[in-house]
Design a protein around this ligand. Structure first.
Ligand code: ARG
Length: 455
């Protein structure tokens, strides 16, 4: 039976019930609803609505319900209740009779659902922070294993300058650190308790909302009841933090899909995270990475969904807001499994060092070095850039790398070039020269890894 029958004479249609009920989605807030109800029992006892004995009977029944549902979760959906709040209240009444009907005094499903959802965001957020930390640790471990494996760095997907695989890993470490700080920040802002805001105007019972917030492990109570019941910033922020993190995971996936391609062949992915083709026996496809890239789209979709749902809602609660959960739950599930999958992919990833090195040696990735060499001989950089461009054209015509041009051939482009040019054109020299904070030189990579590890 619905919680709100008195006002109505006719039955609601089956189609309306199907349309209106949120239990098939919000059953996931069961634990939070029980925890919130236990805190609410204490709050109404503190203002004399129920006696201490009634309060402990209610809490005992709520705790029993928690155990019962944990051992048979199917009873929630089998109940046919309108939503998780109705389910908990009906189950309570079935256990303790009329006393159960007292629990909702001074409370509304509006402050209740806002509280449940914030509690859920806090607990899932903590789990996600731990997962981001695992990704951070896995990227650092890979950076350490492969810190000196040389590969080409790209701009425009054109070979640009040699870098090391450790340097590539550390780029994603930086992104992950920003994601961690963003999530942490969002959770801090969402750490306020709406319970006691009533339907919209505040509860009619003068309770200590600070104590209520503390009982539910929130840092403080919310300060405006209209805002309390209509605020879904925490949903938006969790979805937007997830979207940014997924954007990073997707770029990482894209990089690795390319590195793993037959054309690049810089890395090998473990059998654990790849799959075969039903037709072509030779294939070993990077499905895990493609799914990370693919799931990014649906996470963005949910972010845009919740923003669009909220954009024109008048204060305070509107039923539109019931649509907040499906997208959020999907975002958290997708983000969670993608983080776990990224960790698994990285843990089994091997760099094919000879191939990656060979690619770094090809494609004229040492052209900047030749230009810098000319600068060291007194030529202005813009002129050096032009001269080297001409040298590259000549080398391409001969199908040889720059360092295989003879001194006489090089001198034809710039008389200042001497024999000492050749040591400047090696991969080792290219890397060693970038010995500046944030650069790809091996000492910089080693220092960065060490600094991140003590973070
Ligand atoms: N199932 C509802 C939701 O998720 C609970 C709040 C209902 N409040 C109301 N005034 N009808 O938003």
């Amino acid at each position: 039976m619905a919680l709100w029958g008195g006002r109505f004479q006719g039955e609601t249609s089956a189609l309306f019930k199907l349309f209106n009920d949120s239990l098939p989605v919000d059953y996931r807030l069961f634990e939070q609803d029980v925890v919130g109800s236990i805190a609410w029992a204490d709050a109404i006892a503190s203002v004399g609505i129920i006696t201490a004995t009634e309060c402990s009977d209610l809490k005992k029944a709520l705790n029993e319900l928690l155990v019962e549902v944990n051992s048979d979760p199917a009873i929630i959906l089998a109940s046919g209740a309108e939503d998780i709040h109705s389910f908990v209240e009906s189950a309570l009444i079935a256990k303790v009779g009329d006393l159960g009907k007292k629990l909702h005094t001074g409370r509304s499903r509006n402050d209740q659902v806002a509280t449940d959802l914030k509690l859920w965001c806090q607990s899932e957020g903590a789990a996600l922070l731990a997962r981001l930390q695992s990704l951070h640790a896995e990227l650092l471990a890979l950076a350490e294993r492969e810190f000196d494996a040389v590969m080409p760095g790209y701009t425009h997907l054109q070979r640009a300058q040699p870098i090391t695989f450790g340097h590539w890993c550390l780029a994603y470490v930086e992104m992950t650190e920003r994601d961690i700080s963003r999530l942490d920040d969002a959770l801090t802002r969402a750490n306020t308790c709406p319970l006691g805001s009533g339907a919209l105007a505040g509860t009619a019972y003068k309770m200590d909302r600070y104590a209520l917030a503390t009982a539910l492990n929130f840092a403080s109570p919310t300060l405006n009841s209209l805002d309390s019941v209509s605020d879904r910033d925490h949903v938006v922020e969790l979805c937007s933090t997830a979207s940014i993190s997924m954007m990073h995971l997707s770029r990482m996936a894209e990089d690795l899909i390319f590195f793993n391609s037959g054309e690049a062949n810089f890395i090998s992915l473990s059998d654990e995270v790849t799959s075969g083709s039903s037709l072509m026996p030779q294939k070993k496809n990077p499905d895990a990475l493609e799914l990370i890239r693919g799931k990014t789209g649906r996470v963005y979709g949910s972010l845009v969904g919740i923003l669009t749902t909220m954009k024109a809602l008048p204060l305070a609660y509107n039923k539109d807001m019931q649509e907040d959960k499906e997208g959020l739950f999907d975002v958290v599930d997708s983000w969670t499994i993608c983080l776990d999958m990224a960790v698994l992919v990285l843990s089994g990833l091997k760099v094919n060092r000879p191939n990656a090195l060979l690619a770094a040696q090809q494609g004229y990735a040492n052209s900047t070095e030749l230009a810098d060499y000319l600068v060291s001989k007194g030529m202005p950089f813009r002129e050096a850039h032009h001269v080297v461009g001409e040298v590259v054209v000549a080398a391409i015509a001969k199908q040889i790398p720059l360092e295989e041009l003879s001194l006489a051939e090089l001198k034809a482009f710039a008389a200042v070039i001497e024999d000492d040019v050749y040591p400047n054109l090696t991969i080792e020299a290219c890397l060693a020269k970038r010995d500046v904070l944030g650069g790809t030189a091996l000492p910089q990579i080693q220092q960065a890894i060490a600094a991140k590890k003590v973070r």
